[in-house]
Design a binder for this molecule. Structure first.
Ligand code: PLP
Length: 402
């Protein structure tokens, strides 16, 4: 008898399992619209040129880029560059040392460690998350012993923002609540606030002393411009509001498996930032000890070398451009093929995903009958589309709609 005989089989991860189902499907026309990672027009993963060049540089300089343990806060040159990417290079908060940054295992590790920090050091037991949100938020935050409660994000149609409902919820929460906000390119809906709406939130956060908790996983993917996509976080920084950012370089630098990211905590002064960092580092030490070095080396070289930074910006723009092109083409194809339904939401959304409005039954039928795989919420990853499969996808959606 095994010590583990009482361990029941766990369910597969709903998103990761889509890839397994897709690979197992022999149908020649199969389409994977479930993936949360960039694919080029040939639907293949790509290593960015700026990353390749940075790796060549790293291999030539083993005396600098060693395999030694990093310090607990991570690779400092990376952290400095990562801060600049979020705040802009000359931000006063950086000059004054008011931001403490700790390298983490990409966005997921940043969420886990920062939530754990808030639970242990700030006495936080609940974090508000948008409805809907990325499927793993609840699990990561739960692992840090915080519960989650949803706030209004989309309206009853499930396709457009309900800004009035959102503000109402923020005002009704207890003062000092922690509110998770997607910095840009909201996953899964693709629906973002505009600048005016972000500005309207500032006085609410100030009045209620809420703590903004930014998940920044898609910087560059909403507009193609890294600075523009940092707008919301910069508005809060300019206003002097304290906040936490969980930054991922998985998507915009294509460093998925390198687990490269950071927690940035914007505080009122350097003394506070240093104290906060000392406690976050203790949690890192007790969780997985130091972070991995290779991804941080790559990102520090890309972001810190002017020609590579330019190349990075171009490559981000190109990836975002392809996604936008696919968005326009699937919108056109759906509008032409299934005109009885309004598809405007598709063109209005931003980033890697589109909420199609299909329900879980329709999603299942698309997989069973047409070999098209997407998340049961109806979230379509635009990165799985290309000129060769768009019409097939539109025709199949039309067949399921009517
Ligand atoms: N946050 C959001 C909204 C995401 O969509 C993802 C990945 O899909 C992540 C965080 C975490 O990704 P990673 O841990 O690779 O940075």
């Amino acid at each position: 008898k095994s010590r583990f005989s009482g361990v029941v089989q766990g369910p597969p991860d709903p998103i990761l399992n889509l890839g397994v189902m897709f690979r197992a499907d022999p149908h020649p026309k199969k389409v994977n619209l479930g993936i949360g990672a960039y694919r080029n027009a040939e639907l293949k993963p790509e290593i960015l040129q700026c990353v390749r060049k940075a790796e060549e540089f790293i291999y030539k300089h083993p005396e600098t880029y060693t395999k030694e343990y990093l310090p607990l806060e991570g690779y400092v040159p990376f952290l400095k560059e990562a801060q600049k990417l979020i705040f802009g290079p000359d931000h006063v908060a950086l000059k004054e040392g008011r931001v403490c940054s700790i390298q983490e295992l990409s966005g997921s590790g940043s969420l886990l460690i920062s939530a754990d920090f808030m639970h242990r050091l700030l006495g936080i037991n609940k974090i508000y998350i948008p409805n809907p949100t990325w499927g793993n938020h609840g699990a990561l935050i739960g692992k840090a012993l915080c519960e989650t409660e949803k706030y209004t994000y989309l309206g009853a149609d499930g396709l457009y923002i309900d800004f009035e409902g959102m503000k109402k919820d923020f005002l009704a929460m207890p003062d000092g609540s922690v509110i998770l906000l997607h910095a840009c390119a909201h996953n899964p809906s693709g629906v973002d606030l505009n600048e005016e709406q972000w500005r309207e939130l500032l006085p609410i956060f100030k009045k209620k002393q809420h703590l903004p908790y930014f998940d920044c996983a898609y910087q560059g993917f909403a507009t193609g411009d890294l600075d523009k996509d940092a707008m919301a976080m910069r508005l809060f920084a300019d206003e002097g509001i304290e906040f936490i950012i969980c930054q991922s370089l998985s998507k915009n630098m294509g460093l998925y498996g390198e687990r490269c990211g950071a927690i940035h905590i914007h505080t009122v002064d350097k003394e506070t930032a240093d104290r906060v960092a000392s406690q976050v580092k203790r949690i890192v030490r007790a969780t997985h000890s130091v972070s991995p070095c290779h991804g941080a080396y790559i990102a520090s070289v890309v972001l810190g070398t002017p020609e590579l930074f330019e190349l990075f910006k171009e490559e981000v723009k190109k990836m975002a451009g392809r996604l936008l092109d696919m968005r326009k083409k699937i919108y056109d194809a759906l509008s032409k093929t299934a005109p009885e339904k309004n598809w405007d939401h598709v063109i209005y959304q931003r980033g890697m995903f589109s909420f199609t409005g299909l329900d879980s039954h329709q999603v299942k039928m698309l997989a069973d009958e047409y070999h098209i795989y997407m998340v049961s919420s109806g979230r379509m990853a635009l990165t799985g589309l290309n000129d060769g499969n768009i019409q097939y996808v539109a025709d199949s959606i039309k067949a399921e709609e009517v």
